[in-house]
Design a protein. Structure first.
Length: 405
């Protein structure tokens, strides 16, 4: 059975060119880049090139990049640095649709006495800009927001928000894990103070990430140790993975036009075909979003059941963030958007990449209707080809529903 992989927002396969670039640094070029001899020197030079490759993708200076283990570490580093360098400020602003790396850290900070404001979104997942502006106070140490939502692909106007924060003297951080490599980014032309990314979203291996820190910004290390990363993140460099991330960044830059043309066209064709299935809806703005992502609800059936049957047919998809996929609770993102119960529980995310093909979309459009029809025939909320209107659940308001909450 051929696998059709539509879960690239969860992780991507390692590109063959990335693997090829990494292999020499497991054997042969194994020197410690901090060593003074030639074995260390050749590795240090390779790291400088990899850092430049990533900086070119981000539109920043190589010295503004700190390597981390993943996007979560980058997010935590940014949040803790902003708070530790501003001990007199005890307020943090985020949104109701953030990744768990930010939400759970904010919850921890709240227990430590910090004040947390979560700004809402509208039905399309777009940020309440007036709510954000009203949330900012002289006590605000940090605003941290996703650039692109990991579940819906909806984009926040982070460049505009960064300018607003800069005018008020507030540090701004964006989790751009899903945005990097999918939309053009030029940090030199923004007021963004910190930006997080993860290598495994752009065809590098898992276990490598980075944090952009604007030159001149006060910074407190999250991991304290040696002189690595300019003293900003201790620990011997993960050389092969940094090399891999550099190559992945180079390839991502070259493939940006394809992401925004061919991949977008594939996503649109897949989405338009799925919307022909009755009682199907797209969650989130169809205009202001990533070119590769669609979040679709098939009403009156369970998303987990859809994914199970799709997997048996060879299609890989997800119900949202891989970091929360073990929960049977409806997505906190869709709940914040006010998506009804019958749709929120039947939502799945499809995320494409340059590795996907037109033939895969054709096959998926053949399989999906069969799966949805089969599951709806088994649903207690579906009878004789339509929804059971007398069920009280069908008029559920997600935000007030006892089952959802």
């Amino acid at each position: 059975m051929k696998t059709i992989y539509f879960d690239n927002n969860a992780t991507t396969d390692v590109d063959p060119q990335v693997l090829e670039a990494m292999l020499p640094y497991f054997q042969g070029r194994y020197g410690n880049p901090s060593s003074m001899h030639h074995k260390g020197g050749e590795v240090a030079a390779a790291l400088r090139e990899a850092r430049k490759q990533l900086a070119d993708l981000l539109g920043c200076e190589p010295g503004e990049i700190i390597y981390t283990s993943c996007g979560t570490e980058s997010d935590n580093t940014a949040m803790w640095s902003a708070l530790r360098t501003q001990p007199d400020r005890r307020h943090l602003v985020s949104s109701r649709v953030e990744h768990s790396a930010v939400i759970n850290n904010a919850a921890f900070l709240k227990r430590q006495g910090y004040r947390i404001t979560e700004v809402g979104v509208d039905r399309e997942g777009l940020l309440d800009m007036e709510g954000l502006k009203n949330a900012l106070t002289p006590d605000t140490a940090l605003v941290t927001l996703l650039w692109a939502n990991n579940e819906t692909g909806v984009l926040f106007p982070v460049e505009e928000i960064a300018r607003l924060c800069s005018e008020k003297g507030i540090v701004f951080h964006t989790d751009a894990v899903q945005a990097v490599g999918k939309i053009p980014i030029n940090l030199k032309e923004t007021k963004i103070d910190m930006l997080s990314l993860a290598g495994h979203k752009i065809h590098a291996p898992k276990g490598i990430g980075a944090l952009y820190v604007r030159k001149g910004l006060k910074f407190a290390p999250f991991m304290i140790g040696g002189h690595q990363e300019g003293g900003r993140r201790g620990g011997t460099e993960n050389v092969p993975y940094i090399i891999g991330l550099g190559m992945a960044a180079k390839l991502a830059g070259e493939r940006l036009p394809e992401e925004n043309t061919r991949v977008k066209a594939l996503r649109d064709r897949l989405e338009d075909g799925l919307l022909k299935i009755p009682y199907t809806m797209v969650n989130g703005s169809r205009l202001c979003r990533l070119p590769n992502t669609t979040n679709i609800s098939f009403e009156y059936i369970e998303g987990e059941s859809i994914l199970f049957h799709l997997s048996h047919a060879g299609i890989c998809a997800s119900s949202g963030s891989a970091c929360t996929s073990g929960s049977l609770e409806p997505s906190h993102v869709l709940r914040a958007m006010g998506v009804p119960f019958t749709a929120a529980h039947g939502s799945i995310r499809l995320s494409l990449a340059t590795t996907n093909t037109d033939e895969e979309v054709t096959e998926a459009l053949r399989i999906f209707p069969e799966v949805v029809i089969k599951l709806r025939d088994l649903s207690p909320f579906w009878k004789d080809g339509g929804p059971v209107q007398e069920s009280g659940l069908l008029s559920c308001d997600t935000n007030n529903c006892q089952i959802c909450n």
